[in-house]
Design a protein. Structure first.
Length: 229
């Protein structure tokens, strides 16, 4: 088997942003009467789009959040990005070492994805092949975003390899019929995160981006798309 496309998640895979994003969400939600810690945001909403997280919270509380809630989240996140955001260690070299088409499929908004990649110097490596959950009806854990990315890149789902760090992301990639590598090297990944990825269906996990090019080569030698190849 060989691959025609590598699909990267963004937050927690390309940029070490999940802790920052959770801080922004926790502060904004608490301000609007939904007290929640950064840790709880991470536990409940890792890999979930802002749109779907909002729907979950509104169902729980029985009331609507402000119309500009997503804009408030975005403003808080970008404020923290300016001083705190870093690329995942080794990811730039890993991207450069993989001689295959690549794209991004992220739950973030287009503006957030672009800003994060620009802040970390990764945008030019992956642009313009960047796809957001805002482009599909259902975000992760549905397979829609991955299938949309594959379609836009003219790759068959069974010949795509996804690099994901979240359970919703892994679930969506597996449902799309794609092979998956589970990354657990972001600062948000606590002890046991690798086991959670395995429980979601990934068989190969790693925590150092320097390993990625070799893992892609090994995956290309396997037969048939399965989770974690």
């Amino acid at each position: 088997m060989s691959f025609d496309l590598i699909i990267f998640d963004c937050d927690g895979v390309l940029v070490d942003s999940e802790v920052i994003s959770c801080r922004a969400h926790a502060e904004t939600l608490t301000r609007h009467g939904y007290p929640i810690s950064e840790e709880k945001v991470l536990e409940r909403f890792l890999g979930v789009s802002d749109r779907e997280a909002r729907q979950i919270i509104e169902r729980e509380t029985g009331r609507e959040l402000p119309d500009d809630f997503e804009a408030q989240i975005k403003e808080a996140t970008l404020k923290f990005y300016a001083g705190d955001l870093r690329a995942i260690a080794g990811v730039a070299a890993a991207i450069d070492a993989i001689d295959l088409p690549k794209c991004v499929a992220s739950s973030g908004t287009p503006e957030k994805i672009r800003h994060g990649l620009e802040c970390t110097g990764l945008y030019h490596r992956l642009s313009p092949y960047i796809f957001s959950a805002s482009e599909v009806r259902r975000g992760k854990p549905a397979p829609d975003l991955f299938l949309h990315a594959a379609n836009r890149m003219r790759a068959a789902p069974g010949r795509c390899l996804v690099v994901e760090d979240s359970i919703p992301g892994v679930t969506g990639a597996v449902a799309a019929g794609m092979s998956v590598l589970g990354f657990h090297g972001g600062s948000h990944c606590l002890q046991g995160h690798a086991d959670k990825l395995r429980d979601a269906g990934v068989t190969v996990v790693f925590d150092d981006m320097r390993e990625l090019p070799d893992l892609v080569r090994k995956a290309a030698q396997k037969t048939g798309p399965i989770a974690g190849f």
